[in-house]
Design a protein around this ligand. Structure first.
Ligand SMILES: Nc1ncnc2c1ncn2[C@@H]1O[C@H](COP(=O)(O)OP(=O)(O)OP(=O)(O)O)[C@@H](O)[C@H]1O
Length: 283
């Protein structure tokens, strides 16, 4: 990993116009990310994580500050910054293969031959273990499989930066664990820079080089940044007994539930307790 930041979230503030006046969502979010780094954004619901990600994706323009990638200001979406959302976003009338092909054509039209494109699409589907379902349509495959295809489509565009907004949030725990492992393998192989929003403390510690913890909004900003210095490849079973892993986990939980405790958490605790007790998810 290079020590030069290739991606800078440069003093980003964001206000939204609402019927009740201007709403100040983000205040001076500043973050430098090195090439190949895996960064998670974590914070309570509504603090502004998606807004940060959308500014990096070029889907939103910051009210103040901006995002600089390799020295160039981000002003619009681009294929070098692929986004994976929580709910896949596959086209239902296209097969798995054709959904990935869409992204590949966008980036490699005129640069790869037909045969090369076919090989590349198959290679990326194989990377997420979906080569067996190339001719299936989204309604013929499970939620986890759809999410795999969404990830394959993003990876097939060879993005320098992979932006993931709660990519595994809608999946059951077992499927989520499989996809986390695949993502760690892919990241080790390709070395893309990843920014991932998660509500899952274990997921953040397992996957990240750094965990960026955001304060509650309005005017949310970065509260603390935790560097996760655990050797890779990481094994979830071995780590569950590792004191360093548990200490990182504890630091994030402490930030979220003591330092950034939300008053309304007290009222909503009963609603969310089954979720939090299973996997330490943030409400
Ligand atoms: N287009 C918009 N207009 C007005 N307010 C907005 C808009 N987009 C986001 N907000 C507000 O900005 C704040 C941050 O929203 P954002 O979606 O970034 O939070 P989040 O941390 O990603 O939330 P969650 O974890 O629930 O997905 C929220 O209070 C939200 O209501």
């Amino acid at each position: 990993m290079s020590s030069n930041p290739h991606l800078v979230v440069d003093h980003v503030s964001m206000s939204f116009d609402t019927p009740r006046g201007s709403f100040n969502a983000l205040d001076d979010v500043h973050l430098k990310i090195a090439k190949g780094e895996f960064v998670s954004l974590i914070g309570h619901s509504g603090c502004g994580k998606s807004t940060v990600l959308n500014v990096v994706a070029g889907l939103l323009r910051a009210s103040r500050g901006g995002v600089v990638l390799n020295g160039q200001e981000v002003t619009e979406p681009g294929p070098e910054r692929a986004v994976v959302f929580q709910n896949h976003s596959l086209f239902p009338w296209l097969t798995t293969y054709q959904n990935v092909e869409l992204g590949v054509k966008q980036v490699f039209r005129g640069k790869k031959s037909r045969a090369e494109m076919r090989d590349w699409i198959e290679h990326n589907l194989a990377m997420v273990h979906m080569e067996h379902a190339m001719d299936k349509r989204p309604d013929e495959i499970s939620g986890g499989m759809k999410q795999r295809v969404g990830i394959a489509r993003a990876l097939a565009m060879e993005p320098e930066v992979l932006l993931m907004d709660e990519p595994f949030g809608a999946l059951d725990a077992l499927t989520r664990a499989h996809l986390q492992d695949s993502l760690m393998e892919i990241h080790a192989t390709l070395g893309n820079t990843v920014i991932m929003i998660t509500h899952d403390v274990d997921e953040a510690v397992l996957l990240s080089d750094r965990i960026v913890m955001m304060t509650n909004g309005p005017a949310a900003t970065i509260g603390e940044i935790l560097t996760v210095d655990l050797e890779r490849p990481r094994d979830r079973i071995a780590l569950s007994d590792d004191p360093a892993y548990n200490s990182y986990r504890h630091s994030v939980l402490e930030f979220l539930y003591e330092k950034q405790r939300k008053v309304e958490d007290l009222g909503s605790h009963r609603k969310t307790s089954s979720k939090t007790s299973v996997s330490s998810e943030v409400a």
